[in-house]
Design a protein around this ligand. Sequence first.
Ligand code: ADP
Length: 552
Amino acid sequence: MPAIKSTMMPAPLSLNRLLEHAGRLFPQSQIVSRLPDKSLRRHSYGEWHRRTRALASALKKLGLRKGDRVATLCWNHHAHLECYFGIPAAGGVMHTLNLRLAPDDIGWIAGHARDRFLIVDDILLPLYQKFAAHHRFERVIVFPFSGAPVQVRAGEPHDGEPAIDDYEQLLAQAPADFDYAEHDENDPVAMCYTSGTTGRPKGVVYSHRSTVLHSLMAALPDYVALSARDTVLPVTPMFHANSWGIPYAASMVGAKLVFPGPHLHPEDLLDLMQLEPPTAALGVPTIWLALIQAFEANPGRWKMPAGLRTMVGGAAVPESLIRQFAKHGVSVDQGWGMTETSPMASLFFEKPELVGELSEEQWFARKAMAGVPVPLVETRIMGDDGLCEWNGNDVGELQVRGPFITGSYHDEAPSASNFTDDGWLRTGDVAAIDEHGYIRIADRTKDLIKSGGEWISSVDLENAIMAHPAVAEAAVIAVAHPKWTERPLACVVRKPGASVDADELRKFLGGRFASWQVPDAIEFVDEIPRTSTGKFWKVKLRQRYADWRWPE
Ligand code: ADP
């Protein structure tokens, strides 16, 4: 048999191609950024393309070498988008630092990644000062986000102090003869650390290839369905798994982008949505919980943008939230993913065999699941006795693999707790998949409650409690119990002006859960602590209630 070879060009998948495509085809598409003083700044894609190449050219002139890490400490705005494409265009690796972490942790992460340069918003310089001694950058490039002049320290770093440059000056003086750094499609473009809820954070490094594939996948009509006619509002911080990869995907298709800057309070977001109505928006559930409460507490003050669809994930999305938004014509599509999975590994859409087949109850129940796996990502459920059937009932660890799933961690030996022998990522999430392929996340392994030898899902309890009309938020944790090993304790935030007590809530849950699953302890609290990515911080709650004493 004569050998046959593919005739296709071996052109590498490249982020630079996406930048060139967007710059050439959509020069008039808009990027709107909210500045610290709440005014809006507009850039066209044409300007963004020119400025991004200028950033890459300036970084090369400053001595950036291939593979050097350039950290960013920035809110969501146009210059951060320039970093997304400009740093890799120069051959560097963008490392988004999480500005909500403790300064010591940010310094540790920057050191572990061996970040060489830092690009920082001027309004975040006080935060930078708090970890500057933990990790010495060679150069600090200050983005004048507030418009105030930058105090430049010209020349080379000396006495351990970095040189300080003005981002806008660098761009203005960048050499015009810029050439993209040569690269292989597997070369790194960006890195991101997990939030380290269990031990030290771990670094995930994305490649040109993984980022391009993830962008193409995300834009598909059954998933995020991004098009040149969309207006996309990424509320998810650009340091949280690259704002779920959406800035890459949205600019690839020429969508208008609206960045909220540092203004993430519900009122600010609702104001922004009136000025620049989005067709697609993304964020963690706590953002949307707070937003819908502000919206409903002020009838007539704002309008929900017509036809808005939201992608919500990063934590379980309560069914009650999906129903609340539906009343206002907004769809909430739940996705599941991790920093390790680029991150979108599943998202809700209605499969054709279900169209017209579901009652309203079934429809919302299905929307409260974590969607179906995206193309190129393989999923399986590993139970105690081996692989589980996709029957909706058999529960085990969710494991994934694919070309945009990490196969290791930066500078860390692979461990059996993270990867299986046959090459799958262990997610640490407990889930079932049904016959249609919809994933139901039961819990994180460490959040499951083991009561008298039976497992209770904290996620199910939280969702049910948050369906009570007087409840704003709820988080359920396991608390050690002398007889039952663990019992659930619910922390509940009432809606302003609403009243409900523990007995009423227990009665409310009684219809939906077996009596042994209903929390014996219900604590009313003013707020539930949040993690650095805005999720309910259950580790903190477990610490708070570690000495909890059950009545004899
Ligand atoms: P961290 O939460 O540690 O900051 P990630 O942002 O990478 O890190 O979060 C990944 C985790 O978030 C998943 O392992 C899972 O536990 C949780 N998660 C993400 N999406 C969902 C979802 N739709 N439902 C329930 N849990 C989710």
